[in-house]
Design a protein around this ligand. Structure first.
Ligand code: AQP
Length: 334
């Protein structure tokens, strides 16, 4: 990555940040801030594409900031702010709504998943969510976007929108084409109840996910109850790949222990899943429980969290305003 590289990513303040958010996004955010300029956003405007109770949303915004800090983001290195405080996100989203094509949005699988069978009742915001995501990234001319694999399609759309804007307004290279940074080994953490669905905040059963705020007892209980397989642990990756829930548990174990899957299978093949589950629960308690404790501690000082946001909001607003001036000019807005 060159010196001009800029990292941007966002997390929705929809409560219950979980192991998927942690391994798919937050851990990557922290390692990138060592060498890169990074902007991390609590995307509250995205959250309200599905109804949120206002007082719960306010608390969830602060809890997301607390989760950023608890996982190791440093507000002196990275810009940490909330999306609605920088009105340029909404302004650029409108401009990009006019660049993006209905046919492109119709292909977005996340809308299909989230809107369910009754699409007529979904909010318009949910439908045009990917255009707002493109605005989030392009507003800062970000070059790299760390996300889980579930966001890959939206990122491709952001690139298409950037390309079309550059071409429509005759300004080649004005918006850089943002590159996704997707974790290699575990790009999609799956539900503990169904290995074909991603772990998600909005899944009804709390047993489907490990929340960052889960206690050690809750982690043990959830891992014990996690779906695995009735046969013992297989001896080859090929066999394991036929069993999505078992593959998910072993992949999480591999990611946290930093031992590759082949080596783990050498050690564990033929054993019952209870052997893996005991080890996995211990590892998760070591990794997640300190983060959860720190989130709870930080939530005890909301004035501090608001101060972090205020500082980040100012920095983000300045960067956004500078870029917006040029964007308005390109489009012909006075
Ligand atoms: N299961 C996952 N595995 C890997 N990465 C994941 N991410 C989310 N779930 C997984 C990544 O976490 C970042 C923040 O996601 P988000 O909360 O803004 O939105 P989301 O992807 O819609 O997450 P959820 O948990 O599924 O929320 P709900 O249920 O509210 O829709 C993103 O980088 C995402 O890729």
């Amino acid at each position: 990555m060159s010196k001009k590289s800029l990292v941007f990513s966002g997390v929705q303040p929809t409560g219950n940040l979980h192991l998927g958010n942690y391994l798919g996004a937050l851990k990557n955010f922290v390692s990138l801030q060592k060498d890169m300029n990074c902007i991390y956003c609590v995307v509250d405007l995205h959250a309200i594409t599905v109804f949120q109770k206002p007082n719960v949303l306010r608390d969830n915004v602060l809890e997301t900031v607390a989760s950023f800090l608890a996982t190791g983001l440093d507000p002196n290195k990275s810009i940490i702010f909330n999306q609605s405080s920088v009105s340029g996100h909404a302004e650029l989203a409108w401009i990009l709504n006019c660049v993006s094509r209905i046919g492109w949005l119709n292909r977005m699988t996340q809308f299909k998943d989230k809107a369910g069978s009754d699409k007529e009742k979904a909010s318009v915001g949910l439908y045009i969510y990917p255009n707002l995501m493109a605005a989030d990234i392009l507003l800062y001319k970000a070059t790299h976007v760390p996300v889980g694999a579930d966001q890959k399609q939206h990122l491709e759309l952001s690139r298409d929108i950037a390309l079309k804007f550059n071409s429509d307004f005759g300004c080649k290279d004005f918006f850089p084409l943002p590159e996704p940074l997707i974790p290699k080994n575990i790009s999609r953490v799956m539900s503990l109840r169904d290995g074909t669905k991603k772990m998600s905040k909005s899944e009804e059963s709390d047993y489907s996910r490990i929340n960052l705020k889960d206690s050690a007892d809750e982690i043990i209980k959830k891992i014990k109850k996690a779906k695995s397989d009735s046969a013992p642990i297989p001896n080859s990756l090929k066999e394991l790949e036929k069993k999505p829930e078992a593959l998910n548990l072993l992949t999480i174990y591999s990611e946290i222990s930093k031992i590759n899957l082949d080596k783990i299978l050498d050690e564990m093949s033929g054993k019952d899943y209870s052997f893996l589950k005991n080890k996995l629960a211990d590892l998760l308690i070591g990794e997640i429980a300190p983060v959860g404790n720190e989130i709870k501690k930080l939530m005890g000082d909301k004035t501090h969290l608001l101060k972090v946001l205020k500082k980040g909001n100012e920095k983000a607003r300045n960067l956004a305003e500078e870029n917006l001036k040029n964007i308005r000019e390109k489009v012909g807005l006075i």
